[in-house]
Design a protein. Structure first.
Length: 96
């Protein structure tokens, strides 16, 4: 089961401004998400082999928060269309 990853328009411009090290981490994360978007605590699918801190957002069934060093990424899962929509990517202080 493979998911398609879509980026919000604002995310694309932010990605271009990221330092190369962070851009590589985000790229690895997106590859991982297309294979399996669920954190192990959210559903019984194990993605603990990644080095990302992933958890479900409070108050949302399908919205997930990923911590990438000083950056935070929020995505939403649409099971019906096998789609992952990356909603926000910003620094820790600006994303909340």
């Amino acid at each position: 089961m493979s998911f398609h990853v879509r980026l919000n328009r604002d995310i694309r411009s932010i990605l271009l401004s990221l330092p190369r090290a962070h851009l590589e981490k985000v790229g690895k994360l997106i590859d991982r998400l297309s294979e399996n978007p669920y954190p192990s605590r959210f559903k019984f699918i194990d993605i603990s082999s990644t080095n990302f801190d992933i958890k479900k957002c409070k108050g949302h069934q399908t919205r997930i928060l990923v911590r990438l060093g000083e950056y935070r990424l929020i995505y939403d899962i649409d099971e019906a269309s096998q789609m992952i929509l990356i909603l926000k990517l910003d620094t820790r202080g600006d994303i909340y």
